[in-house]
Design a protein around this ligand. Structure first.
Ligand code: 6GU
Length: 234
């Protein structure tokens, strides 16, 4: 059963790129995933097709209006036949819950993901309250909109689908899957400009290689991401 992405965005051209190259494009051709775009601007009724307005109470910037976003989501609800229990609805905002690899694993179990992107401005609070979306963020920094976060989810979730990567084993060893960062990797040549590959990797002793990799994973995690070692949520 393919996973369908329903992307709601004022800038579909930004998000299309992720489907046109490499592993995600292959997954689309292989029908592991499908995608539909819905532009809230197509649901405006005024001459200017405006999707934002000044904030009540004053202040800088503009606020995304509820009507075009409600209508856009409702038009998808009418078309989609996948039951709600197999659907997740994500709204991208810096105020959302930060996504982790574990969340990507859960999202990869769904059959339909609604990905609602804002741009520039904030959402009218009634969009957040009224449409039943989970508010999520991709990290503690501010972007111009939810499009890049949506692409991040599309990429990170698609690669977990069976058949998306050439080699299923490659997932298990990766950073975050084990709760640790990945160990250092090397390929030929053995000596590159005087920088040599650790001898143990040439030893053919698989137990020793495993031990070295485990030690390096721990060392890296300790020095770069100590927070992961104390994280019991994995
Ligand atoms: Cl989901 N949206 C925006 N605009 N900025 C972000 C983000 C989301 N996550 C991190 N920064």
């Amino acid at each position: 059963m393919a996973l369908t992405f329903e992307v709601i965005t004022l800038f579909p051209g930004m998000v299309r790129g992720v489907f046109s190259e490499s592993i995600i494009s292959r997954a689309l051709k292989a029908e592991l995933i499908q995608v539909n775009f819905t532009d809230p601007r197509d649901f405006t009724t005024d001459n200017h097709r405006s999707v934002d307005d000044k904030p009540y109470g004053g202040g800088p910037g503009m606020v995304l209006k509820p009507e075009p976003f409600f209508k856009a989501v409702e038009s998808i609800d009418e078309r989609v036949t996948i039951p709600p229990e197999k659907t997740r609805r994500l709204l991208f905002t810096p105020q959302g819950r930060p996504l982790k690899q574990k969340d990507f694993r859960n999202l990869a179990q769904a059959e339909c993901l609604y990905l609602l992107c804002g741009h520039y401005e904030g959402f009218d609070e009634r969009i957040r309250e009224g449409l039943g979306f989970e508010e999520v963020s991709i990290g503690d920094y501010v972007l111009t909109g939810g499009e890049i976060p949506a692409m991040t989810v599309i990429d990170g979730v698609t690669r977990l689908l069976p058949g998306a990567l050439g080699n299923e084993e490659s997932i298990a060893d990766e950073s975050f899957e084990s709760g640790l960062l990945e160990y250092p990797q090397y390929t030929r040549p053995f000596d590159f400009r005087g920088m040599k590959v650790p001898e143990v990797l040439l030893s053919g002793n698989h137990a020793e290689i495993e031990k070295w990799r485990r030690k390096e994973s721990l060392r890296r995690t300790q020095s770069r991401r100590e927070d992961l070692l104390n994280d019991s949520s994995e």
